[in-house]
Design a protein around this ligand. Structure first.
Ligand code: OAD
Length: 254
């Protein structure tokens, strides 16, 4: 941990620069990752209990893996869907939703597919990696809502000859149409960029901060350091569920 992080932790406070930036901000953008939902009981991908410590990403999150064993892939996504559907947004999600009501403009750009930002009340959300709430056909692209009990394994084959698949982005696939351009445009007009709960290892999301304009304060909120920690202006080595409510509190005293 860097000395400046430890000092900040001891004060458990926000820098004056960040507080002032929040109070005058016209546009705050938050890029979020699975660490934000960890406090809702949803595992991250690369943490100690992370999914990619237990499963092979190419088996479960690639078009190739799905073509090889669609039932295995659906079984895993059905389990994840159950976990996400029954999880509750935590104080971090709720603080971001509240921030949207307190400031002129807030955009959440999330890599998470759990839907917790929307359930917390955020409205301006770009789901860069898709969503577990929907399935679609690999051939005709017909969409369907995910049933509460998950996708039935005997209904994977679609009438058109394609297969129904989860509405998430897999490795090697393009992001949802327009989502990347919208995310870049949002960051390009931000006064404050918050990078929350992501290991910043998966591109293009990990490179989004580079679109921040001159004068935008870039802030990482993550108990662990990441490859971009030293590239951003400030870093708070705290869990998002405690830091984001503090940030909301500071912004509300405009
Ligand atoms: P990772 O598992 O790679 O990283 C989670 C990050 O959250 C780590 O840096 C943790 O230190 C941090 N973290 C853990 N608890 C936290 C807390 N309470 N508050 C703040 N931060 C916390 O997850 P992502 O970065 O989201 O993609 O992973 C990016 C993408 O890789 C995912 O969207 C997924 C995955 O493979 C696809 O499936 C396409």
């Amino acid at each position: 941990m860097l000395l400046r992080d430890m000092m900040r932790n001891e004060r458990a406070g926000l820098s004056t620069r960040l507080i002032e930036a929040l109070r005058s901000a016209r546009h705050v953008v938050a890029l979020t990752g699975s660490g934000l939902s960890a406090e809702s009981g949803i595992p991250t991908f690369r943490g100690v209990d992370g999914y990619w410590r237990r499963y092979r990403v190419e088996d479960l999150a690639s078009p190739h893996g799905f073509a090889r064993d669609p039932r295995l892939v659906w079984t895993w996504y059905n389990e994840r869907w159950q976990r996400c559907r029954t999880a509750e947004p935590n104080p971090g999600h709720r603080a971001l939703a509240e921030l949207e009501r307190a400031l002129p403009r807030v955009t959440v750009v999330t890599q998470n597919v759990d839907g917790l930002h929307l359930r917390a009340g955020s409205r301006n959300v770009l789901e860069l990696h898709g969503t577990l709430r929907k399935a679609y056909c690999t051939r005709c692209a017909e969409r369907a809502p995910m049933p509460d009990d998950g996708w039935p394994l005997d209904a994977i084959d679609h009438d058109c000859g394609g297969r129904m698949r989860p509405g998430v982005v897999w490795f090697g696939e393009a992001l949802p149409h327009g989502a990347w351009e919208a995310a870049q445009a949002a960051v390009a007009s931000a006064d404050v960029l918050l990078v929350v709960g992501t290991s910043a290892l998966v591109y293009p999301a990990a490179g989004l901060w580079e679109s921040a304009p001159r004068g935008c304060i870039t802030v990482e909120i993550n108990p662990e350091e990441t490859p971009i920690s030293d590239r951003l202006d400030e870093r708070y080595a705290s869990p998002a569920g405690s830091l984001l409510p503090q940030l909301l509190d500071a912004a509300q005293r405009r």
